[in-house]
Design a protein around this ligand. Structure first.
Ligand SMILES: [Zn+2]
Length: 421
């Protein structure tokens, strides 16, 4: 699909409703035209961040367009001269914020969209250090507004006043109007200057930072990131889709288990699973969308909400995989077998966190161990569906068969040596 989108961005103006429609089609495909099982906000996240890595099309297109902002710095092609004539603000790219007024752009819609993408990117960048704050541009910056509008004072720019640091004294305090007009030899009135200072002060308050000196980085943080990428647009895409929110499942598990689960490790481990069937299984387990009898009864498939193994307790993911009395002997035998064979360097004591998420504090596993636990859970789930209590000797056979299949696949994929290691 990425190839289609790459071709598509060459169109001057991909219509918004078409982008929305395509995005909906992607989600409908994933969930087989049924209701979404994982929120879209979570699903678009990278797998290592707890998502499904589903592409967010508008952001994907924007990320590709940002490559052209980078090319303004790195390319010496003739198109640059044409652009500079038709849109002179480009010459001030490093002096201005990312909110260049795209209505000014008479050249063509393509460039208008590039600068629109640049603006949206700029809104996702948050300064975190005093030096980055001081390097923030005063003009065309959505964070610095007077009467709800961005400002642009051409005579200030001509005199070299472009950044927050330009109006700061050595100690980080703001210049007086007198000092400002004298230093830059600018003819500006008191109200204009104070209006700008107030807007900057209000922005600084929002960042929670304090400016102690007028030292700054050499570029705005936005451009530093854009120029910093060597190639491609992945980095831009990651910035555009980033949110601080955790997937919903994290809070639910934390509340339910009362364990200190490191979610970063959990999601990284999912990312490492190569076999797609097992990966999807573990995603469903972690995101709590694996069908339990409670859900199946709700759907009218089952007529009982109790566990398929013990038939006593209410069915739940952590119950069938760990807490159920009928499943305990299975894990005990697996633990003995793992320690006998020395799969891990140190002896292993399985627990709920290791079984469900593949890790625990103070416990380091390896790929083989992770795979065995994962296949064991998958085996248990298959038994649950068939309503038979998992037997360890059947599992051993199942594991052997699974390894044979992987061995064969690794030969096909030319990764046999890696597999054998
Ligand atoms: Zn049970």
């Amino acid at each position: 699909m990425s190839k289609i989108i790459q071709l598509w961005i060459l169109l001057p103006n991909p219509p918004d409703n078409l982008v929305d429609e395509l995005q909906n089609t992607v989600f409908e495909f994933i969930w087989n035209r049924k209701q979404d099982r994982i929120s879209r906000k979570t699903a678009i996240k990278n797998v290592t961040k707890g998502g499904l890595g589903i592409p967010k099309i508008r952001e994907y297109i924007n990320a590709l367009k940002l490559i052209w902002v980078r090319k303004l710095k790195t390319s010496n092609h003739k198109w640059k001269s044409i652009l500079k004539v038709s849109y002179p603000k480009v010459l001030l790219l490093e002096q201005l914020g990312s909110s260049l007024n795209v209505k000014d752009c008479h050249l063509n819609k393509f460039w208008a969209h590039v600068f629109q993408a640049y603006r949206e990117f700029g809104r996702k960048i948050y300064v975190e250090k005093s030096e980055e704050l001081a390097a923030e541009p005063l003009f065309c910056n959505d964070n610095i507004q007077v009467e709800n509008r961005n400002i642009f004072y051409k005579n200030w720019i001509d005199s070299g006043v472009c950044y927050i640091k330009s109006i700061l004294n050595e100690d980080g305090t703001f210049m007086t109007v007198k000092r400002f007009t004298q230093k830059y030899d600018i003819n500006t009135n008191y109200i204009t200057y104070i209006g700008c200072v107030q807007a900057v002060k209000s922005y600084i308050r929002k960042t929670g930072l304090t400016v102690e000196k007028n030292k700054s980085t050499d570029l705005t943080k936005t451009l530093k990131i854009i120029y910093g990428a060597q190639k491609g647009a992945r980095l831009y895409y990651e910035v555009l889709i980033q949110t601080n929110s955790k997937p919903n499942c994290c809070d639910k598990w934390d509340y339910k288990l009362n364990l200190d689960i490191n979610w970063n490790i959990t999601f990284k481990k999912i990312h490492k699973i190569r076999e797609i069937k097992l990966k999807w299984f573990q995603i469903r387990l972690v995101h709590r969308i694996l069908a339990t009898n409670v859900v199946l009864m709700h759907m009218g498939v089952e007529n009982d909400i109790t566990c398929s193994f013990c038939k006593k307790e209410r069915d739940a993911i952590n119950h069938i995989f760990w807490r159920c009395d009928s499943i305990k002997p299975f894990w005990e035998q697996l633990q003995i077998a793992l320690n006998d064979r020395g799969v891990n360097a140190v002896s292993i004591t399985l627990n709920e966190s290791i079984v469900l998420f593949g890790h625990d504090v103070n416990f380091r596993s390896d790929d083989t161990f992770d795979l065995i636990i994962l296949v064991a859970k998958f085996f248990i789930y298959k038994c649950k569906v068939k309503k038979i209590i998992p037997q360890f000797h059947f599992f051993k056979q199942y594991l052997r068969n699974t390894f044979e299949v992987y061995k064969h696949n690794s030969k096909v994929n030319m990764s046999y040596n890696k597999f054998m290691t």
